[in-house]
Design a protein around this ligand. Structure first.
Ligand code: SF4
Length: 249
């Protein structure tokens, strides 16, 4: 019998999918239709962690199908991203019977796949949906009600990760108050991502500006350079919008 594979030894998301798709590490393998592993671009900036496959997900092989998927699509739109932009995965990869929450030993058995996905994708931000995903990723026993929409910084396998906690669309579907909070937090996530993109393009422009594209001999000497434009007194980013950004590098 071959030795069991350690998730930490896998070197690609495809390998994680191959091995997880035949996993029998916990009792959830007995009633699943299929293992629903993470999917999306393997270099995604945003990795979303749901709780577990639902009834339709188990049959379709895709997370957040049906009604929760419709609210999730709205969340992504408010954040200015699409399903095609994100890597979407979950705490456990097989559907718990009757749609119950995964038991602690099932989470423990499955977490290696998730943490390997995070380590391989190296997203700029991890969006957790609901308390279970939040607690697993951060390692802190916080309630989603206390910290939703608040930026968290955690170390995952020696790497600093930015976490953005959201209510789970499946839970928010039935409670208007949670759905409203989810929409507010999704808009704020959009601002954060826009801030990060702007910061990145500023850094890239600064890097390009420091890299001569013509031979040094052809660069203008300081004496030949135009004088700096006089100050207009305007402040950079003179906008009424909050300038949200986060250090992700
Ligand atoms: S839930 Fe995770 S650990 Fe359990 S059988 Fe499915 S893939 Fe394996």
């Amino acid at each position: 019998m071959p030795a069991p594979v350690r998730a930490g030894d896998l070197t690609s998301v495809a390998q994680v999918e191959d091995h997880a798709s035949v996993c029998r590490l916990c009792r959830l393998c007995r009633e699943r239709t299929m293992v629903v592993t993470g999917s999306g671009p393997v270099d995604a900036d945003v990795l979303v962690v749901a709780e577990a496959p639902g009834y339709h997900d188990d049959r379709e092989g895709r997370l957040l199908e049906a009604a929760p998927g419709e609210l999730f699509a709205e969340v992504l739109e408010l954040a200015g991203i699409t399903r095609e932009d994100i890597f979407l995965t979950s705490v456990v990869k097989c559907r718990p019977p009757t749609g119950r929450a995964p038991f602690p030993d099932e989470v423990e058995a499955c977490e290696g796949w998730l943490f390997r996905e995070i380590a391989l994708v190296q997203p700029r931000v991890v969006v957790t949906l609901g308390s279970l995903a939040l607690r697993l990723v951060t390692g802190r026993q916080e309630s989603i009600a206390e910290v939703h929409g608040e930026l968290q910084h955690v170390a995952v396998q020696d790497r600093d990760i930015v976490v953005w906690p959201l209510y789970h669309p499946g839970a928010a579907l039935h409670v208007d108050r949670l759905a409203d909070a989810l929409r507010v937090d999704a808009r704020a996530l959009g601002l954060l991502l826009a801030g990060a993109r702007s910061e990145r393009s500023t850094r890239e422009r600064a890097r390009e500006a420091r890299t001569p594209t013509v031979p040094a001999a052809e660069l203008p000497t300081p004496a030949a350079m135009p004088a700096p434009a006089p100050s207009t007194g305007a402040t950079p980013h003179a906008s009424d919008e909050p300038q949200l950004s986060f250090d992700v590098e």
